[in-house]
Design a protein around this ligand. Structure first.
Ligand SMILES: [Fe+2]
Ligand SMILES: [Fe+2]
Length: 155
C-alpha cells in the first residue's frame, strides 16, 4: 500500500491516534517498572488523564465519522470499541478515586493496561487497516479533533 496516495486527513488522524497509543503503552510499562508508590500514583494519574482525552476525541470525532461509512464490519468493530471504552472508563474512574495505599491499586492499573493493550491492538490491526483500504477522507475530522485536543490540553 502506497501511503503517499492516502488522503492527508487519514494519515494525520491515524498518526495522532497511533502516537497516543504509543504513549499510553509506554506509561503502563513505566508503571510496571516504578519502585515508589508516589511514582506509581503519578504515572497512574498521567495515564488516566491521557486515556480520558484520547477516548473523548475518538468518541466525539473519529468514531462517528467512521460510522458514517456504513460498513457492517466497521460497525461491528466500532460497537466493540464502544464497549471497551466503557469498561476502561469505569476502571479509570475507580483508579482516580483511590491511591497506591489501596489494596487493589496495582491490580486495577494492571488490568486497565491489559484492556487498553487489547483495545489498541484491535484498532491498529483491524479498524485502521480497513480505513486505509477504503482511503477514507478524514480531513475535517482531523482538524476538528486537533482543535479540541488543544482546547482540552490547555485546561
Ligand atoms: Fe479507542
Ligand atoms: Fe485509540
Amino acid at each position: 500500500m502506497n501511503k503517499s496516495s492516502l488522503p492527508t486527513g487519514l494519515k494525520d488522524v491515524l498518526g495522532a491516534l497511533l502516537e497516543d497509543h504509543r504513549e499510553a503503552k509506554k506509561l503502563f510499562k513505566d508503571f510496571e517498572k516504578a519502585k515508589s508508590s508516589e511514582e506509581k500514583e503519578e504515572i497512574a494519574r498521567t495515564v488516566c488523564e491521557a486515556l480520558t482525552l484520547h477516548t473523548q476525541l475518538e468518541e466525539e470525532f473519529f468514531y462517528p465519522a467512521v460510522r458514517e461509512l456504513e460498513s457492517d464490519s466497521i460497525k461491528a468493530l466500532l460497537d466493540e470499541a464502544e464497549v471497551e471504552h466503557a469498561s476502561a472508563k469505569e476502571l479509570i474512574q475507580q483508579i482516580e478515586g483511590i491511591g497506591a495505599d489501596d489494596a487493589l491499586f496495582e491490580a486495577k492499573v494492571t488490568v486497565l493496561g491489559e484492556y487498553v493493550s487489547h483495545h489498541i491492538r484491535e484498532e491498529e490491526e483491524e479498524l485502521f487497516p480497513k480505513l486505509v483500504e477504503e482511503k477514507v477522507d478524514l480531513r475535517e475530522v482531523g482538524a476538528a479533533m486537533e482543535e479540541k485536543r488543544n482546547e482540552l490540553v490547555a485546561h
